[in-house]
Design a binder for this molecule. Structure first.
Ligand SMILES: *[C@@H]1O[C@H](CO)[C@@H](O)[C@H](O)[C@H]1NC(C)=O
Ligand SMILES: *[C@@H]1O[C@H](CO)[C@@H](O)[C@H](O)[C@H]1NC(C)=O
Ligand SMILES: *[C@@H]1O[C@H](CO)[C@@H](O)[C@H](O)[C@H]1NC(C)=O
Ligand SMILES: *[C@@H]1O[C@H](CO)[C@@H](O)[C@H](O)[C@H]1NC(C)=O
Ligand SMILES: *[C@@H]1O[C@H](CO)[C@@H](O)[C@H](O)[C@H]1NC(C)=O
Ligand SMILES: *[C@@H]1O[C@H](CO)[C@@H](O)[C@H](O)[C@H]1NC(C)=O
Ligand SMILES: *[C@@H]1O[C@H](CO)[C@@H](O)[C@H](O)[C@H]1NC(C)=O
Ligand SMILES: *[C@@H]1O[C@H](CO)[C@@H](O)[C@H](O)[C@H]1NC(C)=O
Ligand SMILES: *[C@@H]1O[C@H](CO)[C@@H](O)[C@H](O)[C@H]1NC(C)=O
Length: 898
């Protein structure tokens, strides 16, 4: 979070175009017609402790816009904690779909909650019923439905709030929009979609129906609609200035119930609302230390030799490669859980994986959900046969035969993640195929196409014809390789039943209100929305959960393979709460400068709003061809994504970092800094896993962000440019490269001569950074490298920092080291718990902005007594270097006296 958010101004939108690629299919409806609906009157209002219940009855003549108005509703509003109100509106007489608890466990309520002490309050009017959520201390209205009729119909729910002019709204993703959404004319459609090229203005892979709103007075609160139904959230406003007419935000939902969580956030600390949201959706999973290393992938590695060569070339170029990945290329006829015997022979692939492991490197393979539909005897495709035996496929609307789609292998079935046998099925397939003894010992899993995607266009009446016409599976275009090729020869190498909501009479394929799905009708290029799950739920309701459910199943399968160890799973489609188990990449972006820039907003959305902090964009871009300059800049920006992976498409030019001298140098420079900062970042990530504190942020800025809470990253944003105008808040900063202090004035500063192998970084004053003294070729080697603490005092001359170290792998840690560093009055005090043996020493301490050379520097560790240590001082940069060489096994002090 920026230290003073309200000073940050709003820098957005201008660079981005809206809607250029999108086809509007939304139902056009005159807002006046909706506002003229009768709404409901509240009756039978009862208050019991922190809970208010009421019956809402239709207030007048039904308007029946997209179906018949529901006559009576139940309202329950509960103060769940002193910062959270839960408000739920359901059909009083019919069971309607709600997001299952098995997929989204409900947050814990505080049984001792005091309504009087609550920071937000719920008020309402009776006729017509409307409600407000306000900040208790100031009475500021945060959400109000006054003047906007509530509409509740079987396939259409509408609820609308008035917000301040030019409201500051963040979230409602996944999207390729500015981080701060345009408040004058934005429609955010939530409906998972295979969205090649991630076009701006359209629905993408993931669904996070939450927004954070920042108010001019300084407060930041959140509104979360727990719904997996398709929806359009329409934000309309009179303009972008404070004197414009108000903004409105309108939910248009095609099913389910209205299930809102209102979070008070805080009036002063913008990070607080993220922590409160984490209490609702869960805190992010801790990831293995190694997963912060560099990942390399591409679609289009033709055979095992390509894969081996990339590994070799990275080593030869001296660029640290932590993890090699392989896309669907490895599969036999694009069938999951198979390895092509001619192109990726099992023995050779096992050799590659062993080689990687021997060199402390890792391997990841892609898995899609769709399974090739190969019925009948003699096909010999175990994954299909075993799943059929267990009957775990998603069913067509008649509930008997499987729902068919077309994916990479041709006609496919889809695993039903609600089936009671699905986890044994998925665990078993992972155990068989990824078996360390007989199969492919992957270190992480990559799951794709789980929106779920289909190549079958609606109506998908004959998937066999469509698969044939579109040539799936695509034939190989290169001859098979020599199965006995020499690899790694370079000697220079250094290293159930229907209990479901009633949808009778509803059109599940083409509901009367058509959301603005850029793919077309709901079932276009995905599983049919009338397909039925084992528990009777229909895809219409659960579509937006498919990717997240596959994520959990894959996390569990990986955990079963390596019990006790943290998993590393990267998915394409997520729903609220996915970050508890998995990370995500931002999908199939393009090698353009626009997508390079927009990747920052995409990352900030996932990391600082949606609680999916293990996030990154494909570095250098996936689709289209990159350029040397773009790839160099992107290698450096990507070094500050939490998840750092270079990946591109099969028809693009190769873009591994070693392909161009400039990119090689840029990647080496940035990776060196990333690796030196890895423990600092790991420490913030650990904090996020405990309380949801965002580990990367900035509200209001789209082109700069904080990596952790103290490193301001300001990449050059334009092609050919060697300068960048950055915003420096009114505070003390230090140039990361020179360590020279800079006073932020709360305005733009132009940095020039930023060459193509440099990325501008600033340390925020007031922190103690725990750095490694040098980078390394692997994270294993990095962990054997000593520490250096950099003390960057703030304006008042003090600094604080933390360092958390554990073994980097286990879920349950028996011994951890958690250090606190505090600097004031010329003295650094290091204290904490030191149970985990970090194995290396604090080699040096670097004090910044020291006025004059001290006479003496001493280290006092209590135990070993006080001793003077060598130092050097540079009067020009005012940097004081102190050689400490002290073990990180106990507390100590480093003090200088002049
Ligand atoms: C709002 O955005 C939509 C979609 O991009 C566009 O078609 C429409 O013209 C815009 N309306 C206004 C008033 O700008
Ligand atoms: C709802 O309240 C309004 C205003 O009091 C009243 O005119 C109307 O008759 C009520 N509707 C019903 C169904 O009670
Ligand atoms: C709406 O209600 C009318 C009258 O009660 C009924 O005839 C009609 O079938 C209903 N329409 C739908 C879509 O349920
Ligand atoms: C809700 O807020 C609106 C707008 O500020 C205000 O006019 C109305 O009186 C409030 N209603 C309640 C019940 O607090
Ligand atoms: C069920 O529906 C599927 C897909 O529409 C169809 O292929 C199949 O023949 C149907 N089965 C029965 C028993 O009607
Ligand atoms: C990318 O470059 C390759 C090789 O030069 C070329 O064949 C291809 O057409 C290019 N793709 C695009 C989208 O320009
Ligand atoms: C960058 O420079 C190249 C080569 O001179 C030129 O083709 C390209 O148009 C320039 N790009 C921009 C955005 O000016
Ligand atoms: C790029 O700039 C950095 C920082 O100013 C400098 O250290 C480096 O030598 C420069 N590289 C080239 C190739 O000029
Ligand atoms: C110095 O400033 C920091 C950050 O603004 C603050 O947290 C700290 O309490 C201040 N310390 C003193 C001694 O004023």
């Amino acid at each position: 979070m920026p230290p003073a958010l309200h000073l940050w101004g709003i820098v957005t939108a201008l660079l981005f175009s809206f809607g250029a690629l999108h086809v509007s299919r939304a139902t056009q409806v005159d807002p006046a017609i909706l506002d003229a609906c009768p709404g409901y009157n509240a009756t039978n209002v009862k208050v019991t402790g922190p809970t208010l219940t009421a019956k809402l009855v239709l207030a007048g003549t039904p308007c029946n816009v997209f179906g018949n108005d529901t006559k009576a509703l139940n309202l329950v509003a509960t103060y769940e904690t002193e910062t959270r109100i839960h408000l739920k509106i359901t059909d009083a007489f019919n069971t309607r779909y709600e997001v299952p608890e098995s997929v989204f466990p409900r947050p814990v309520r505080d049984p001792t909650v005091s309504v009087q002490r609550a920071e937000i309050k719920f008020t309402y009017t009776v006729a017509p019923f409307s409600f407000n959520i306000s900040r208790a201390r100031t009475n500021e209205v945060l959400f109000t439905t006054a003047g906007h009729s509530l509409i509740f119909e079987p396939q259409y729910l509408r609820l609308k709030t008035t917000l301040p002019p030019a409201a500051n709204i963040y979230g409602l993703g996944e999207h390729t929009e500015p981080f701060r959404l345009d408040s004058t004319n934005t429609t955010r459609t939530l409906w998972s979609r295979d969205a090649f090229g991630i076009p701006t203005g359209t629905n993408l892979y993931s669904n996070h129906p939450v927004y954070f709103e920042h108010r001019a007075g300084g407060g930041t609160h959140a509104v979360f609609l727990l719904s997996s139904s398709g929806m359009d959230v329409k934000i309309r406003g009179g303009g972008n200035s404070a004197s414009s007419s108000p903004t409105t935000l309108e939910y248009n939902v095609i099913g389910g119930v209205l299930d809102f969580y209102f979070l008070a956030g805080s009036e002063t600390d913008p990070a607080e609302v993220a922590r409160q949201y984490a209490q609702v959706v869960g805190t992010p999973a801790e990831v293995p230390y190694w997963s912060f290393g560099l990942h390399q992938c591409r679609y289009g590695y033709q055979n095992y030799i390509d894969v081996a060569n990339v590994i070799t070339n990275y080593s030869a170029a001296g660029i640290p490669l932590e993890t090699m990945w392989t896309d669907i290329d490895y599969m036999f006829k694009r069938r999951i859980f198979t390895m092509d015997p001619d192109y990726f022979p099992t023995s050779r692939m096992r050799e590659i994986i062993n080689y990687l492991h021997k060199h402390d490197q890792r391997y990841v393979l892609m898995t899609d959900p769709a399974i090739a539909y190969l019925p009948g005897p003699g096909q010999g495709y175990g994954p299909y046969d075993r799943g059929t035996q267990l009957d775990v496929w998603l069913k067509a609307s008649n509930g008997t035969s499987p729902s068919l789609g077309v994916v990479w292998p041709g006609v496919t079935v889809y695993p039903d993640w609600f089936h009671p046998q699905i986890s044994s099925y998925w665990n078993e397939e992972f155990n068989l195929f990824f078996n360390p003894q007989t199969g492919f010992d992957i270190d992480g899993a990559w799951i794709d196409m789980n929106d779920p995607a289909s190549f079958c266009t609606y109506p998908c009446d004959d998937p066999f014809a469509q698969a044939a016409a579109q040539n799936f599976p695509p034939p190989r275009t290169s001859p098979p390789p020599n199965p006995n090729a020499r690899i790694f020869s370079d000697s220079t190498l250094t290293h159930s039943k229907r209990a479901a909501p009633n949808h009778v009479g509803e059109d599940l394929l083409n509901p009367p209100y058509a959301i603005n799905n850029a793919a077309g009708v709901l079932s276009d290029r995905t599983a049919y929305t009338n397909a039925i799950h084992a528990n009777g739920l229909v895809e219409y309701d659960t579509h937006n959960l498919y990717g997240t459910m596959m994520s959990v199943a894959t996390h569990d399968a990986m955990l079963a393979r390596r019990p006790g160890l943290r998993t590393f799973v990267i998915t394409r489609s997520t729903f609220a709460g996915a970050g508890r188990k998995v990370g995500k990449w931002l999908g199939d972006n393009l090698s353009t400068w626009e997508h390079y820039r927009l990747s920052i907003a995409g990352m900030l959305g996932m990391a600082s709003v949606f609680q999916v902090p293990m996030i990154g964009s494909d570095i250098c871009g996936f689709g289209l061809n990159t350029t040397e300059m773009l790839c160099a800049r992107w290698a450096m920006l990507g070094a500050f994504y939490p998840f750092m992976r270079n990946h591109n498409s099969d028809v693009s030019i190769s873009q591994e970092f070693y392909r161009w001298p400039l990119v090689t140098q840029a990647a080496k420079n940035a990776l060196n800094i990333r690796y030196r900062l890895l423990d600092y970042f790991y420490t913030t990530f650990h904090q996020a896993s405990i309380d949801g504190s965002p580990e990367t942020s900035t509200f209001g800025l789209d082109l700069q962000f904080f990596f952790g809470d103290s490193i301001l990253v300001s990449p050059v944003t334009e092609e050919n440019a060697t300068s960048v105008s950055i915003y420096l808040p009114k505070d003390r900063f230090y140039d990361f490269a020179t360590l020279a202090p800079i006073e932020g004035e709360g305005q733009q500063v132009t940095l020039s001569n930023v060459n193509f192998t440099t990325i501008p970084l600033h340390i925020r004053g007031g922190v103690v950074l725990p750095l490694r003294v040098a980078g390394a070729m692997t994270t294993t080697e990095l962990r054997k490298t000593g520490f250096q603490f950099v003390i960057a005092p703030g304006l008042n001359g003090t600094a604080v920092g933390g360092l958390y170290v554990d073994d980097g792998e286990r879920i349950m840690q028996r011994k951890t080291t958690s250090v606190k560093m505090e600097f004031a009055g010329g003295k650094l005090s290091v204290s904490g718990s030191f149970a985990f043996d970090v194995g290396v020493k604090l080699v040096s301490v670097v004090f910044l902005d020291v006025g004059c050379a001290p006479d003496v520097i001493s280290v006092d560790s209590g135990k070993e007594g006080k001793m003077n240590v060598p130092f050097s001082y540079d009067p020009v940069t005012k940097v004081l270097w102190v050689q400490t060489d002290i073990g990180l096994t106990h507390g100590f002090e480093v003090a200088f006296s002049s």
